[in-house]
Design a protein around this ligand. Structure first.
Ligand code: SAH
Ligand code: SF4
Ligand code: F3S
Length: 447
């Protein structure tokens, strides 16, 4: 490596996938001898790991990039890289907009960052966005947390939801083998990790692309099979997973979650809309009745399971009545948390070209009404914790009050209580809940 290149800084936008990718890229850079700098203006290499799920996510990226591109005019040795979903979507086009870039790389190329940078250091401007078979990563990610870790199990998405760019930018489904996943988890256990979250855009698709079927014709490596394996392979205390697709969530999977004690009773199952016609236009492949039935089945096994989801308002053609159906679903299910978004037309997706686009005022009005209901439901759910004793996995200090620590319940509610982080980090502590807010709790140690 050139000796004047020393510090790197990564800015990450978007979902957990991107966060996990950034940790891997940071690991590769540190293997190459770079050191992390908190201050982007001190860094010799700045990498933006970008998101394009909605237009505002994409615009944010350009405003950040523009600033550093200017800096490069004063400091020509500065290396600028764009990774992630905007890089994949725009490819070479991004160079026309920001010619100062040294490297443009799509999500499938994350594990190749080292080789790509070598080419950059030879003086090339590099664009790596062609689809490839993702090679197994053998480098060590630089993980942000010492307690909880992400483990990718499947990349890409083969669904074609009519609003969504993810299949365009993340490519086709590619599952890692159970062996590779299990050895990563064993390593995490050795490093002292207490919780893992298995990641996939459509985690229920896990294994479909791996060879092998059982005698009954069922695929050998379903996500449920993987959960049984992962459960046995280490002493990691808690296992989570995301994201689930309502269309493929099976009762066999629910039973596994019920039987396996390390699997936390929290399920993130985006429903997107509570209206059957909209669901059909979205190409989601289920009805609201089917979604309700799925939640009922989960609750019949695990009555207190926490259910969270994503929803979109203002999808093309959505009427007030159809929006009301979304409100009704939220009212009836009473989600513990819901990520809501106004529909944003995305390049290369079918719904972006449809006529009946909803105006921005209506979208933001619906978003506000939905968020209001979500807050109410979350507050009601939080109140159920009052007086109860919950097992908290302590992750870090409360950044706002350093005599407090913070962690999560098994159901993923953020919880604060008084204690010393040095003795409590990574511990499972029983905490009696004394205060509730919509999305967090406060309590005290209970013995
Ligand atoms: N794979 C996951 C979600 C991936 S994207 C799933 O199938 O549910 C994360 C969330 O962003 C989606 O659940 C959806 O609610 C939202 N989203 C995706 N495309 C969007 C768009 N064009 N406009 C607004 N929200 C969108
Ligand atoms: Fe997008 Fe649908 Fe795939 Fe989720 S399942 S990533 S919403 S296409
Ligand atoms: Fe965004 Fe890409 Fe994730 S578009 S939400 S970072 S898969």
């Amino acid at each position: 490596m050139m000796s004047n290149l020393r510090y790197y800084h990564i800015v990450t936008f978007g979902c957990q996938m991107n966060k996990a990718d950034s940790e891997r890229m940071a690991g590769i850079l540190e293997d190459m001898g770079f050191e992390w700098s908190d201050d982007p203006d001190q860094a010799n290499l700045i990498l933006y790991n970008t998101c394009t799920i909605r237009d505002n996510a994409e615009q944010k990226v350009y405003s950040y990039l523009g600033k550093q591109a200017k800096r490069k005019h004063k400091d020509p040795n500065l290396l600028l890289a764009v990774a992630g979903c905007v890089a994949q979507q725009e490819g070479e086009k991004i160079l026309r907009r920001i010619p100062e870039l040294d490297l443009v790389m799509g999500p499938q190329h994350v594990n190749c960052l080292g080789d790509l940078l070598e080419q950059v250091l030879k003086g090339n401007q590099v664009v790596a966005t062609e689809p490839i078979h993702i090679i197994e990563d053998i480098t060590k990610p630089r993980r942000t947390s010492k307690i909880t870790a992400w483990v990718n199990i499947i990349y890409g998405c083969n669904e074609r939801c009519s609003y969504c760019v993810v299949p365009n930018v993340r490519g086709i489904e590619q599952s890692r083998t159970p062996e590779d996943i299990c050895s990563e988890i064993k390593l995490l256990e050795q490093q002292g990790y207490k919780e893992i979250t298995l990641l996939g855009q459509n985690i229920d698709a896990y294994g479909r692309d791996l060879p092998g079927t059982t005698e009954t014709g069922r695929h050998q490596h379903t996500f449920t099979d993987l959960l049984y394996k992962v459960h046995e392979v280490s002493n990691i205390k808690r296992i989570r997973f995301a994201t689930s697709h309502p269309r493929y969530f099976t009762e066999r999977l629910i039973r596994a979650c019920y039987e396996l004690p390390k699997i936390c009773e929290h399920f993130h199952i985006p429903f997107q809309s509570g209206d059957n016609d909209i669901l059909k236009e979205m190409k989601r492949g289920y009805t609201h009745q089917r979604y309700r039935q799925l939640v009922n089945t989960i609750r019949s096994y695990m009555p207190n399971a926490s259910i969270t989801a994503d929803a979109i308002v203002g999808f093309p053609g959505e009427t007030e009545q159809q929006f009301q159906n979304t409100l009704q679903l939220v009212e009836d299910i009473g989600f513990d948390q819901l990520n809501t978004a106004a529909y944003s037309p995305r390049p290369g997706t079918p719904a972006a070209k449809w006529n009946e686009q909803i105006d921005d005022n209506t979208k933001s009005d619906r978003l506000q009404r939905l968020n209001h209901l979500v807050g109410q439901k979350a507050a009601q759910n939080s109140q159920k914790y009052l007086g109860k004793i919950e097992e908290i996995l302590v992750e870090q200090e409360n950044p706002k009050e350093n005599n407090q620590v913070m962690g999560r319940t098994r159901k993923n509610r953020l919880t604060f209580f008084q204690g010393n982080i040095n003795s409590l980090r990574g511990q499972l502590v029983n905490v009696k809940i004394t205060e509730s807010r919509p999305f967090s709790l406060t309590g005290e140690i209970s013995n």
